[in-house]
Design a protein. Structure first.
Length: 255
């Protein structure tokens, strides 16, 4: 009769959407871990789940495994993951986590990648897999950044903090009928020579508030005034120059 050893199942998904997908979703990873554990003589005594990018090291579930109260005498002999990149896509982070676990005599096991523990080849193979995973993460970030830059160069909204006076509808900046009059008010008073502090006081007297229901601050007024090209129909992303936007301007300019 097989004697089962205790293990923890660790699951990581990068986004809330990925949590439910068919390829790397929580349930997919969980079933693979359970099957692997049963086939290899392990009993899953606990589960830890993190919804965060594999490039980040602030993960409550994994941190509890690595640094929890029972780390000196852990009630399990292994941590089982769906794939090694669920632990970390960053190579340095991955090998640090592996080092911490091995210091406690805890094995890190993957349902998709098999190693002969302790062999020279195992460490080389792990390093190769982590290098590939890290490059994939960097390529995704590069593609995302390029996509945003291309969209912005055509005047399209590319994410980030939503400008006051606008809402985002189907990925396009659209005038917010409640906020737009406040933007116009701010620019009108500024053109009349009213100071930024004076504008905040006028806004408070008129009963106008920020999105969070608070009093307008001078810094907010300064930010809105400094974004005049956007309110005139221009758009920029990051360090790029202003280009003609696809959104409707709040401030009308004379031809």
């Amino acid at each position: 009769m097989m004697t089962f050893k205790n293990a923890i199942g660790y699951i990581r998904v990068s986004t809330e959407r990925q949590a439910d997908d068919d390829k790397y979703g929580i349930e997919v990873q969980k079933q693979a871990i359970l099957l692997y554990a049963n086939d290899n003589g392990y009993n899953i005594v606990d589960w830890k789940v993190d919804e965060i990018s594999g490039a980040k090291d602030d993960r409550p579930g994994l941190n509890e495994i690595l640094y929890g109260d029972d780390v000196s005498n852990p009630p399990y002999e292994a941590v089982i993951v769906f794939k090694n990149d669920r632990v970390a896509r960053d190579t340095k982070l991955y090998f640090y986590y592996l080092y911490v676990l091995e210091k406690k005599n805890i094995k890190l096991l993957s349902t998709q990648e098999s190693f002969t523990e302790g062999s020279e080849f195992a460490n080389i193979y792990r390093a190769l897999l982590q290098f590939v995973a890290e490059q994939e993460r960097k390529n995704i970030a590069l593609r995302t950044g390029k996509g945003r830059s291309i969209k912005a160069s055509c005047g399209g909204y590319s994410g980030g903090r939503r400008p006051y006076g606008y809402k985002v509808v189907d990925g396009v900046l659209t005038i917010d009928e409640q906020e737009a009059p406040i933007v116009k008010f701010i620019f009108e008073k500024h053109e009349d020579g009213v100071s930024m502090l004076g504008i905040t006081e006028l806004l408070e007297k008129a009963g106008y508030q920020t999105r969070s229901g608070k009093r307008f601050q001078v810094s907010t007024i300064k930010s809105i005034l400094g974004n005049r090209p956007l309110y005139e129909g221009m758009y920029k992303y990051g360090d790029m120059n202003w280009v003609k936007g696809v959104h409707e301007p709040i401030l009308k300019t004379e031809c």
